[in-house]
Design a protein around this ligand. Structure first.
Ligand code: AKB
Length: 317
């Protein structure tokens, strides 16, 4: 039986991952870690243990790990790409100083660690089409710099100290439960809210800009499946490319219009978001994840769109 700590349990991914892990390993075996000002509420709070787990404080993390006999940490603490550009020091403090704290606690207590990387770890010199697993990265954002460092530091702890670090490069994640905050791919969530509310969508990303995207259920499966994978089969450990769909704004707009023919979209390009999007891949090659641990997404753009519109209608109306 696993004892799991989810750091960042009230964020976009954490709020759903914690529930999924509790279903799998039992409510009392999964601790929802949070910081002051982002406390768990509702089911997240009621169903299982919750504890302050601020990555910038190694002593606090160590205390939670010992108290709950934690063997696996999902470290989801990070600032997303757009917001990180305006707070680079904080992005580094949370993303890298925080990761260092977690890796040290993991080394001392024998924990496995999942810390996601992102399509943001790539940069303008990276091959854009079928971006290989191992290729040039050199990102142009502080978010990307911290994600490449995350990948390298996780590899280092794995090789040098035998800490079982594993991770994927997440695409933009689309979900209807907790909205993302401050990412370049957020438009692909916001567009569904506008469609369900019957509002015109103002798209901050320009026509023809493709990025990898993924529906939340696939993202959760990826994280859990990788952490449960047979270690002896892994050639890579960290930073697996995972992909399920890649589209530009026009394509997602047309996918929604199939179910909402009256839906309207106009473009008002945000220069910062556009420049970040321009430096990211159009579509990643995820064959290493498929070969090494059987990654296989379930959703495509149409099945995700149908589900998002149905679920959001229930949530918003
Ligand atoms: C962002 O847009 O910053 C994130 C990501 C792709 O890592 N959603």
């Amino acid at each position: 039986m696993k004892n799991v700590l989810v750091i960042g349990s009230t964020g976009q991914i954490g709020s759903e991952l914690t529930g999924e892990l509790r279903k799998r390993y039992g409510n009392s075996n999964v601790v929802a870690g949070y910081i002051q000002g982002a406390e768990p509420t509702g089911e997240l709070k009621e169903a299982g243990p919750c504890a302050i787990a601020d990555v910038t404080n190694a002593d606090v993390i160590a205390e939670v790990v010992r108290k709950y006999n934690i063997d696996t940490i999902y470290n989801l603490a990070a600032l997303l790409s757009v917001v990180a550009e305006s707070k680079p020091r904080l992005a580094w403090k949370i993303g890298i100083d925080g990761l260092w704290n977690i890796l040290e606690v993991a080394r001392e207590n024998g924990c496995a660690v999942f810390t996601p990387s992102s399509i943001g770890s790539f940069g303008p010199d990276t091959p854009r089409e079928m971006t290989p697993q191992d290729t040039i990265q050199r990102p142009a954002t502080i978010y990307g710099v911290s994600k490449v460092t995350t990948e390298l530091l996780s590899d280092y702890y794995q090789k040098k100290y035998g800490v079982d670090t594993r991770s994927v490069r997440f695409p933009g994640i689309i979900s209807y439960v907790t909205p993302p905050g401050g990412g370049t791919t957020d438009y692909a969530v916001d567009i569904y809210y506008s469609a369900v509310k019957g509002e015109k969508f103002v798209c901050p990303i320009g026509k023809g800009t493709r990025m990898d995207m993924m529906y939340m259920p696939d993202a959760l499966n990826a994280a859990i499946q990788l952490m449960e994978a047979d270690k002896s089969k892994l050639v890579h450990h960290n930073a697996f490319n995972i992909a399920s769909m890649s589209f530009d704004p026009e394509t997602i707009y047309q996918a929604i219009k199939k179910y909402k023919p009256e839906f309207e979209m106009v473009y008002e390009v945000d220069p910062l978001k556009q420049s970040i999007a321009n430096s990211w891949p159009d579509q990643m090659d995820d064959s290493a994840a498929r070969e090494e641990w059987g990654w296989m997404p379930q959703y495509d753009l149409d099945s995700m769109t149908k589900d998002m519109l149905e679920k959001l209608a229930v949530k918003l109306l």
